[in-house]
Structures are given as C-alpha cells and as structure tokens.
Design a protein around this ligand. Structure first.
Ligand code: GLY
Length: 399
C-alpha cells in the first residue's frame, strides 16, 4: 500500500439514520457521513464479539438476523483479515485508542499464517488487509516481518511454466490442473509491496507475469471475465476457462469482474505500465455499461432470472473503491466519470443497502457463493471492508 491516501476526521451526524447527502451536492460530507455510520456500526460489532476472544472472526449475517456469525481463525478462512482491516480503517478515521487496541489484537491473532505452508492464494487478503494496514498506520517492524514472510509463502505457489500463482492447490484434481482465479489478482498487492519493502525483487516479476497471464486467459475479447483459468501444470498450456462462483462458464460473475477492476488498477499503481491502466479502463467500462439503474450489480450479470435474483453489494463496494483510485490515473473527463460513478455507488449503498439499526454490518445484500447456495443476500464482512476503504479514499480525495 501502502495506500498513501487515507487519513480522516469526523463530522458528527445524529444517530444511525443520518440524513442522506446528495453526491452531486457534497461528496466530502457524504464520505464523512458514511464513515461516522461505519464507526457506530464497528462499535456495535466490537461489543457483540469481543467477549468471544480474538481468535473468532466475524464472517456474515443472515437476512433478518442481527448478530454476526463468528468463525474460528484458521488457514482455510480467507475472510479473517477483513475485520482487523476494518478496525484499522476505522481507527484511521476516528483515532480512537480502543479501536486501535482491538485492531492490534485481531491482527496479531493471524500471525500464525506467516509461519505455515501456503494453503492457497488468499494470503494477501488475510495478511495485507490486517498487517498491511497495521504496518501502514503504525510502522511496527514486527508487522513488516509478518508481511514479508507471508509474501514468501504466496510466492511459493507460483508456477513459472504457467506464469501464475496456483490459487487453489486443493482443486487441482477437481478442475483438471493448475488453476488461477480472478480473485487472485488482489493478492498481487502484497507481492508488489514486499518487492519494494525488503522482500525479494522477483516478487514483482511474479506479480507482473501473473497479471499478464490472467489478462490473457481469464478474460474474453469483449472485456468480460471468466472466474477460473486451468492450465497443465507441467507444460503450462492453457486447458480451459470456466466458472466456479458465477452463473455459467460464459457469464460475467459480478465480484470476479470487480476483483479484476481493482486488481489491474492496483497493478498500474505499482508498475506505471500503461497496459494495466488501459486494461483496467476497458474492463471497468464493460462493467459500468451493464449496471442496473441503482449502480449495484446483480450477483452475475448474465443470470437469466434477473431482476428476481440477489444483488451483490460487495462487488459494488470493491468497484467503488477501485474507481476512486482509477479516477486519479486517467484524463480529467474520464476521471470525473469514474468518480461520479463511485459516488453514485456509495450513495446507493448507503441509502438502500446499509445494515442500519437492525443489523450491525455496514452493508447487507451481498452474495457469497450462489451456485453452492451459500451466503445469498447476506451481510458479508468483505463488503464492509471495501465500503469503508472507499469512503476513506473519497474523503481523502475531497480534502
Ligand atoms: N475470493 C472469494 C470470493 O470473492 O468469493
């Protein structure tokens, strides 16, 4: 990161039901309104879960429920970095020492990840959202060591014959080879950062080659994405591109496209290579052109049951955050277009998708894994992480 954008102070609005703020009128006030709301929701979550201990991670809230489902932290739980990441962002905004103490505890509960063999590609989600933000805000050298050790584990999954990281070692047999999923793009951030901060320089080359190979095989010529690409692990030959969490092999799974938009924007941040910027804009424009009126995608853009299917607020939060960054890399007109779109997304999420009084999550109406019947129309912790990140990015831009 580490993202050098976000510091914040609060403007106080009353209670949970803050008045809505039109994006066109005052984006800075909208960002602060949203961040105040997130701060209140974070307090609620903390008081709900703290007695369970720091080894329990909030994952989701079912529709109609008001308490987080907690999961024990483990090597398989890809979502466990998001709650500490939320605490770091909330601390960045509020400067509240109690939130800082909690951010440290929940982050440090994940330290074991850096000392065990890589289970899969999600190491970046787990360690860079937690330790990455923690290091950015505190400069604690022990946090940096954890990030560097984890980057080395992530790099161990790289297959040079293919030119990508193996996303799911456990699915080799099932999928018919070395597999690389779109989500894996996000985990390159930890490799790029590590290469610039005391880790091996080759991590950056791994990240670049992974991004290039993914560009070739996880996308169609029209800029829409496949969730998964499968390769022969020995020859490196591409075998097939398909889906896992989307509607079909030919469809555009909303969060997959969102990971791509965020991922290629981040690649441009680290490399300044124009090809990543051009690609990020291409896949963003496809996504924007297919959104419904309220700017929040259905879980998959090609589900024939639309509009009678679940939305995915998490994809919208990921894209809103990415667009705020991307708006700073393109020309002025395009930048205004992307920023307007991000502001509309954030406004829509706040107005119609927030947890509010009945649910302590920031956002509801995300879709986890619809084909598996899992987390459909739920509040999910990663939606909250990218939502608060987007609000901080917006606030910082508008200062
Ligand atoms: N990385 C898994 C997901 O987006 O659901």
């Amino acid at each position: 990161m580490i993202r050098n954008v976000f510091v914040a102070t609060a403007i106080c609005l009353t209670a949970l039901g803050c008045s809505s703020t039109s994006t066109s009128e005052n984006p800075a006030a909208m960002a602060e309104n949203g961040l105040d709301y997130c701060a209140r929701q974070t307090e609620r979550t903390l008081s709900q879960i703290e007695s369970e201990g720091y080894g329990m991670s909030p994952r989701n809230i079912a529709p109609g429920d008001s308490t987080w489902k907690l999961c024990p932290v483990s090597k398989e739980l890809w979502t466990e970095g998001f709650w500490p990441g939320i605490l770091w962002y909330d601390y960045e905004y509020t400067s509240d020492e109690k939130i800082l103490a909690a951010a440290r505890k929940y982050t440090e509960a994940l330290e074991f990840i850096s000392g065990i063999p890589a289970y899969d590609h999600d190491l970046g989600f787990i360690i860079f959202c937690s330790y990455g933000n923690g290091y950015r805000l505190t400069g604690n050298p022990e946090y940096k060591e954890v990030i560097l050790a984890t980057a080395e584990k992530l790099a161990s999954l790289y297959n040079p014959a293919v030119g990508t990281i193996l996303s799911w070692p456990r699915e080799m047999e099932n999928l018919g080879g070395h597999n690389t999923i779109m989500d894996n793009m996000i985990n390159l951030e930890m490799l790029f950062w590590a290469a610039e901060n005391g880790g091996k320089p080759e991590y950056a080359e791994i990240a670049r080659t992974h991004a290039d190979t993914t560009m070739k095989y996880n996308f169609r010529p029209d800029g829409t994405s496949y969730h998964v690409a499968v390769y022969d692990p020995v020859s490196g030959k591409h075998i097939k591109s398909c889906t896992h969490q989307g509607y079909s092999d030919d469809s555009m799974w909303a969060r997959g496209q969102a990971w791509g938009i965020y991922g290629y924007t981040m690649c441009y941040r680290f490399t300044h290579d124009r090809k990543y910027l051009d690609f990020a804009t291409e896949i963003t424009d496809v996504y924007l052109s297919m959104l419904p009126e309220d700017m929040i995608p259905y879980w998959d853009f090609n589900d024939p049951e639309i509009p009678n299917v679940s939305k995915d607020a998490s994809a919208a939060a990921v894209v809103a955050s990415a667009l705020i960054e991307l708006s700073g890399y393109v020309d002025e007109d395009k930048g205004r277009e992307y920023l307007d779109a991000a502001e509309k997304m954030l406004d829509s999420l706040y107005e119609n998708y927030r947890g509010g009084d009945s649910c302590p999550a920031f956002l509801t109406h995300s879709t986890g894994h619809r084909p598996a019947g899992s987390e459909i129309d739920y509040a999910i912790i990663y939606a909250d992480y990218y939502y608060i990140e987007a609000l901080l990015r917006l606030k910082n831009l508008k200062k």
